[in-house]
Design a protein around this ligand. Structure first.
Ligand code: 5GP
Length: 190
């Protein structure tokens, strides 16, 4: 998506060969109009698939996911990151390793908001190693729901996320695909 790629080139900052900062328009301050255009693109791509719910992982995926849920007229489920705690029978939970923080966290989904009839579209800001999306997929599969696909704002193609999700039988649709990065330099695959 040219609009997003142009914005990444203008306001994004490659810290090194693997981390891209997009704090001024996605992760800290959000450009709602850019997110709305991204949401329209996701909605167009995934229309007609019988999707019943949009899902995301708190917190950076919430803005594009909420706008996608409005575009598609569907509820949004926000998967919660929580520290380990006493077992709760009303939650599905799984461990995920964080690419940016280098730590593990527990991702949870309430049994109240999903069932086996749901067809879910997962939306997130970045795809790196695919751990976050893969954790989200595991949770919905625990509920016997169907994951229809994963929509990503920025995919770093030089990391193995797409391959990992492909092996799980999941379609990945990304709006900006970065083939390589170095400090101050970003190259798209488009
Ligand atoms: P994965 O689980 O695919 O390895 O990483 C996905 C998560 O890590 C995303 O939800 C995002 O929050 C974070 N992330 C991964 N790579 C980057 C990056 O280059 N920049 C930023 N800002 N976040 C990233």
């Amino acid at each position: 998506m040219k609009l997003l790629e142009d914005r990444i080139l203008k306001d994004g900052h490659a810290l090194n060969e693997s981390i891209l900062k997009v704090d001024t328009f996605i992760n800290h301050q959000v450009d709602p109009f850019l997110m709305q255009e991204c949401a329209k693109d996701f909605a167009e791509h995934f229309k007609g698939r019988g999707i019943t719910k949009i899902a995301t992982i708190e917190s950076s995926g919430i803005a594009p996911a909420l706008l996608t849920s409005i575009e598609m007229g569907l509820p949004l489920v926000i998967l919660k990151k929580q520290p380990s705690k006493v077992l709760n029978d009303n939650l599905y939970n799984t461990m995920v390793s964080s690419f940016t923080k280098g730590t593990n966290y527990e991702l949870t989904l309430s049994k109240k908001v999903v069932d086996e009839n749901d067809h879910v579209l997962i939306i997130d800001d970045f795809l790196a190693n695919g751990e976050a999306s893969s954790g989200a997929i595991r949770l919905f599969r625990m509920a016997h729901a169907t994951v229809e696909g994963v929509g990503i704002l920025i995919e770093k193609e030089f990391q193995p996320g797409r391959k990992k999700l492909g092996e799980e039988g999941i379609e990945v649709y990304s709006l900006a695909r970065i083939s390589s990065m170095s400090e101050g330099n970003i190259v798209f695959n488009s």
